[in-house]
Design a protein. Sequence first.
Lengths: 341, 341
Amino acid sequence: MIAYYHPDSARHKPLHRIAGGELRPTFETVARIELLQQGLQELNIPLAMPDVDAARLGHLISAQHDAGYLGFLEQGFATWQAMPGTGPELRTSVHTSRHMTRLPEDFLGRAGYYQADSSSVLVEGTWEAARASAMAALAAAEAALAGRGPAYALCRPPGHHAYSDQAGGFCYLNNAALAANAAAAQGARVAVLDVDVHHGNGTQQIFYSRPDVLTVSLHGDPAWLYPYHAGYADETGTGAGAGANLNLPLPLHSGFAAYAEAMQLALARIRAHGTEVLVIALGLDAYAGDPFACMGLRIEDFARLGAACRLPLPTIVVQEGGYPSPDLGRLLAAFLGGLAG
Amino acid sequence: MIAYYHPDSARHKPLHRIAGGELRPTFETVARIELLQQGLQELNIPLAMPDVDAARLGHLISAQHDAGYLGFLEQGFATWQAMPGTGPELRTSVHTSRHMTRLPEDFLGRAGYYQADSSSVLVEGTWEAARASAMAALAAAEAALAGRGPAYALCRPPGHHAYSDQAGGFCYLNNAALAANAAAAQGARVAVLDVDVHHGNGTQQIFYSRPDVLTVSLHGDPAWLYPYHAGYADETGTGAGAGANLNLPLPLHSGFAAYAEAMQLALARIRAHGTEVLVIALGLDAYAGDPFACMGLRIEDFARLGAACRLPLPTIVVQEGGYPSPDLGRLLAAFLGGLAG
């Protein structure tokens, strides 16, 4: 198996998320990188630098994300730093809501338009790290599409909560969507299978009206779990994409039995789509020992999940969530081991 | 002139808003109450306790606001306090956005549905204070409707950013809307004229499809000022309420000349509506010395603004924004003095 990682991923160092109503240490930290790398070492999978064509990367990112949003990601923190009285994190209080949706001119107002929540901050290096994640995802896609076996992208920050024009849930550029778009650009029918414990709301939105890219997400029921306001079973796609989005929300703490059952539905749909390329948005946070601790999967369950994802298709595995625990690397090794067979 | 105030307004003591990306002291503080009271003393206007019928108040609040939202306002802080690891303010990070709008079951998820931003927190006493504000507004409405001259309600917390089902901008119950609904319930044609420096987005939403209540807001251009995502001139009402919402966004720092011109348009529309009862949502934050300091009005401009609002109609003045400065009381006295003639 091939794995890609770009060291700029470590340049994004957010400090705080909002928890308990206060600013508390975030757990989407640089420490995740080393833990995930330990998992790859366990399987003797070497890490390669993603050597993607910058113009191709830029083209794919621009096709997927809004120009104003990309400008904000790239230059927003410098603008913020130049403003008087600003702290080390670009965090706003006011965002668009279900009642108010307009795009203002003001910088703080635009920040509230382009950021979905008050925990997904921009800091020094966020853009470089987000771009590094995207590079890893594209490199993995290119390797898999070239027939070089399943490929893994150590993407950090993660991506599946990033909308076409909005950061959220610690995500900035949607890496799994980028891998899917790279495959779709070659005319392939693609499926994104998201097994992160949280709904892949950004990925869903990016492909919501597209028939060529099927999006499937297994996740803890959003009625009880982030992102709360999207990810329900009745969200099935729109327009030409009607029927090409499948949400499989699972009751919290339901363990692997629920995953096994949902995987049957997911795989049936992936087959029915005529899928030629599979992108797996791999969150490891359904683990019982994850800080989120809400689905109760054990280490060996990730091996079974990986095995279930072993299809005779070019397969790209993109890292999503999964937060620091002593077992984070072992979870990755279990999944990739199961996938490799 | 009659003025109403309920001392429970002082029970809401939020600590922080998000500013500069950090938690910093809020300025929607209890100190505002004393400053505003000084303004009334300057005019020798005594403060009366609002002696409204509790059942009538409850009926009006329930007709205007969503039941789930009211349950959250009333019981949310107690639920929050009973949760492990929560701080003194009910603040969430994730709210509904333009991309995700669903109502979850989870308490934190519901908090994100019912709160529009990360600065409008619930604390001990928020519900009692919000209800105290609503009582003052209703008492003032009843006095004005009974022909007892213009009536002022010292509402704190303010109300005009509160939607039917969402707190925001330091507002919880929409007091000006409540006064308007009390008048509309008697069959009157009502106009709400909002002169707060910020758009009255909650009031707009509550009446957006209603033809009987005209909503007019003069405010700093939301392209550059909170609430950023609503308050534009092309928002004119919907359905039966089409044409019954008038937004008059003003360039920042434009001073009284812009207000005078906008007031002509506002008053022409109020006349054309066949207005029988006038509700003034009185923010004092267009003042040059306000912490917001973005419109440049002087003290005497508030007297002129008050004089311009002097119409031969039952008139209810509901306090909205205006933040601690040594002149806050003088601004109120200037406006009410101008209104009384």
